[in-house]
Ligand binder design. Sequence first.
Ligand code: SF4
Ligand code: FES
Length: 214
Amino acid sequence: MIIDGREVDARGTLLETVLALGIDLPHLCKDDNLPPIGACRTCLVEADGRIVAACHTPADGIQEVRTTSERVLEIRRAILRLTAGMHGPVQDRAGGPRSSEIWAAYESHGIDWPSHPWRVRTGLDTSSPFFVFDEQPCILCGRCVAACQQLQHIGAIGIAWTATAAQVTAGTGVPFAASACTACGSCVAACPTYALRPKLSTGTPAGGRRPDGT
Ligand code: SF4
Ligand code: FES
């Protein structure tokens, strides 16, 4: 297989093969420890002339992959702009603007943010002793749900409703403290944005306020 002009052995999925080459391809809904979800489309590449999601496309049988053709870059930028429209102008979980996966993806794709319009969502659940769920930066990638169900086999988190009403919820819509959540932290570790964050991390006061004070 040829990837961006370099000859490599195919391994697993296209995403795994691309990442093994050290190429910085966004994959916001694919956690390293979990199967692909296929929700975010930020991992699109051009494979033998077709635009495909690298995270769930087997590498075997593909001849040529381009991760930076003008065509695929333009599509990934459009997807990231839409993602930025959900995410909103809150800082990442480390309290700085450039350290989470989503910010790295914006930066590598030249997304002019925060000038992009964004959708206001106000849900804030501080009931867990360990973490905060802040709806605004949630991009509905599903990683937290997969981590809770497939790594921990607890199933305390889900995504309820659809389209613009879609929302991460604990149990049947109760606060996390009243759900089956054991505060194991797997969802926080899986989250690629600032939505699920530890209460006592840098810049994240226990009260659950965002680092920008909102
Ligand atoms: S809370 Fe984080 S991991 Fe869960 S869906 Fe939202 S962005 Fe993804
Ligand atoms: S990482 Fe492939 S669709 Fe999200």
